[in-house]
Design a protein around this ligand. Structure first.
Ligand code: TYD
Length: 207
């Protein structure tokens, strides 16, 4: 394994188990002597925390373009002040959600054009793309049941209708098919330890 900085993002619908897998991977890399930075979007920086509060908790409509710009603003600041510096220090950045979330949720899920949303994010992040993106793929109905079981209060987006989540899933799968070298697609209904093993195998090859 190299000692160079690396960047791994996790994507998937709400309730797909991204956070669990991010934690397991961080632990595994830490045990191998790597310095790991765990972060997320939206909200991986101080400014981002404020933006996160708007996009997830604002009551009432946010115009689709304004919403896309808010996620892009969070991303621009996060990449510039948190992600890039950590990679330059030689750390492994493990991040919940990145621009694929914008394409899937704002692009396919909403009224905006997916390519425009992606271009906006790429502009915001000065073209930065992760070394590896793990897509935890799950039927949104199964994910919904998991979230219900966890009994967490819904945020604004989690309350969107099932049809929306089905479109998000399709969009993610399309993104992964278009960039097979960057993506690892894993069936998120598998046992969490099995999923962790698959991710480790890929990381061990790539990093
Ligand atoms: P979060 O509480 O981080 O949820 P999760 O555990 O599902 O990751 O909420 C993030 C929400 O924001 C999630 O519903 C997806 C949405 N989102 C977008 O719509 N666009 C984006 O660019 C990002 C990063 C997130």
């Amino acid at each position: 394994m190299t000692s160079e900085g690396r960047w791994i993002t996790l994507e998937g619908g709400d309730g797909s188990g991204k956070t669990t897998q991010a934690e397991l991977l961080a632990e595994w890399l830490g045990a191998r002597g790597r310095t790991v930075l765990r972060t997320r979007e939206p909200g991986g920086s101080e400014v981002g925390t404020l933006i996160r509060d708007i996009v997830l908790h604002h009551r009432g409509e946010i115009a689709p373009r304004a919403e896309a710009l808010l996620y892009a603003a969070d991303r621009a600041h996060h990449v510039a002040t948190v992600v890039r510096p950590a990679i330059e220090r030689g750390e492994v950045v493990i991040q919940d959600r990145y621009l694929d979330s914008s394409v899937a949720y704002q692009g396919a899920g909403r009224v905006l054009d997916a390519t425009e949303v992606r271009d906006l994010s790429l502009w915001a992040a000065e073209g930065a793309l992760p070394d590896l993106t793990v897509l935890l793929d799950i039927d949104p109905l199964v994910a919904r049941r998991r979230l219900d079981a966890a009994d967490k209060p819904f945020d604004r987006l989690e309350a969107e209708k099932e049809e929306f989540h089905a479109r998000v899933r399709e969009s993610y799968l399309g993104l992964a098919a278009a960039e097979p070298r960057r993506f690892l697609v894993v069936d998120a209904t598998r046992d969490p330890e099995d999923i962790a093993t698959l991710i480790r195998a890929r990381v061990a090859v790539d990093l």
